[in-house]
Design a protein around this ligand. Sequence first.
Ligand code: SAM
Ligand code: SF4
Length: 475
Amino acid sequence: MTGPRKLFVKSYGCQMNVYDSHRMADTLAAEGYVETATPDDADLIVLNTCHIRERAAEKVYSELGRMRVLKQQAAQQGREIKVAVAGCVAQAEGQEILRRAPTVDLVFGPQSYHRLPDMLERAKSGKVVDTEFPPEDKFDHLAAPSKAATRKRGVSAFITVQEGCDKFCTFCVVPYTRGSEVSRPVEKIVAEATRLAEAGVREITLIGQNVNGYHGEDAGGRAATLGQLLHCLADIPGVARLRYSTSHPCDMDDSLIAAHRDLPALMPQLHLPVQSGSDRILEAMNRRHTRADYLRIVDRMRAVRPNIAFTSDIIVGFPGETDRDFADTMKLVDDVGFVTAYTFKYSPRPGTPAAEMDQLPEAIKDERLQRLQRDIAARQAAFLASQQGVTFDVLFEKSGRYPGQIVGRSPYLQPVQVMGPTSLIGEIASVTVTELSANSLFGALAGSLVSSLAKAPARADHPQTEAAQIEAAGA
Ligand code: SAM
Ligand code: SF4
């Protein structure tokens, strides 16, 4: 008798890919596949690729070189391994992948992974490429995770609520690889969140390329905003923390800003990519907002949630960026007081408008990136240091590295380590920060288990202690 077939999925890039990988594994679990942590003993290897990083496709091809060796070794032992390339590189490269890497059996884009069982069937008799944008909703065809699979993934989970992008920033490939903006209906997201909460999930991060452009249908057939969706999710028993990522400044509407005022479950952190602090460059990037617009949003958010921490994505060295433009970016970083940021050196993506513009010398881009990164690193360290002595709520996720230690996350997603019982995993408890290391916080349980929060709806009429306590963090 043969055992279950083994699946190895490797995710590259963003949280959306991690979510997609989980959903592929859930769908294949229904087909008898179990996940394995290594490609060595897998029957099916899926590389779920990302196209955002520089030379993303080249990195995938070099990984496929390793897969070819693995496949040959397995064949010598009489085992067959199927290799699939999924995600945005698959979408962008399509057939080219089969030409350059004949070891690959299946190529499929982010909109097709619900067809995986059918594609595997077809792959028995030949290569399969599926980079269409199918008319059916893939989420309607995906298996839900079992309670056991959800528990194994931990107390914090992602839900994709929106996919694609219609913004067409001139540097970005996403609108081409992920297609136009589509939002899932409110009812289906609430059902998924309820299932997750019943399996022990306490924190849900809503994800989408343009998550605050969310406009899914509500029960009455009207388009709901992200703010309205967050209200529905905050009502689900067990959901104690809510986050969302990634947002576009143009879609920070009134209902979303009000949700930050009214829902203590909505964590006091906002990742809001600004990309540049120069109006000239913002326009060339087709970002459709100015630096003043961005600063207005920051002010409005701080007015409703004074302890909110802002993080961002910033690109340096965009075509035409002068020293003055770069200085405007550095000034904006200071004006906002970002607590950290993902920083990128502009690199041309084939097929995007900015790739056709006159490019800056690499040395200039490198120098600007280093200056920005030094500034951001100092801000990150200062923010961490500002937590010394502060008491806030921690959602405990797992055991720590040392006996008796458990690890959780602060409202700002910083890892917090304390000595405490494993029974606290999945619970929220109050912690006072006693020590700092380079990237994490060490604390002591402050005595109060805030577990009732995990059970009760997390709305303004059930205020969490952390909202008040974190004020002291001085975000
Ligand atoms: N949707 C988000 C937004 O509106 O900003 C994020 C999209 S993208 C997946 C993540 C980040 O990659 C972008 O915010 C941008 O900073 C960076 N990025 C995208 N294309 C880039 C390029 N050609 N060169 C450098 N960085 C890039
Ligand atoms: Fe890319 Fe974000 Fe711009 Fe859309 S809004 S094109 S995903 S950077």
